[in-house]
Design a protein around this ligand. Sequence first.
Ligand code: HEC
Length: 133
Amino acid sequence: MKLIWAAGLVVCLAPLQAQDEKDHPPNMKTINASMKMLKASLETKNVAEAAEAAKKVEAAFSETRKYWAARQTKDALDWSDSAITGARLAQAGVSDGHWEKVSEGVSKMGGTCKSCHDVHRERLPDGTYKIKN
Ligand code: HEC
């Protein structure tokens, strides 16, 4: 009985953990680093780096999206979806060798950063950031 209860608890808590506030900043850092890598690979036309960066940025946006999905924050969900669409477009561009598609994907993602930060990001006096719901 005890074991069944414990297993149930693990199943219930697992999705919650992915939506935890503390998981947000590491994912944003990944997004930032991957965007830089993707932009650099656009210049150098480095296929392997572009593929890796586009994949990472999609995964990180999908993770942060869970946070907003759990809170049903419509605007943040729309920006997240737009960024994910951009990341997928970039990946498609890398795999079929159409760099203009990669560039379009980068612009689509880039268009979401400031919009969401203006509404949902707060800069603390020590220079770190926190989520504004
Ligand atoms: C859907 C909303 C949303 C989108 C879209 C978004 N961000 Fe963020 N970002 C946040 C929030 C909220 C924070 C503050 C909490 C945190 O640090 O994760 C943040 C924080 C950050 C930070 C600071 C991380 C830290 O704590 O040091 C960086 C860097 C960042 N974002 C980069 C980006 C870039 C680059 C993009 C676009 C390619 C982007 N973000 C798109 C919501 C968003």
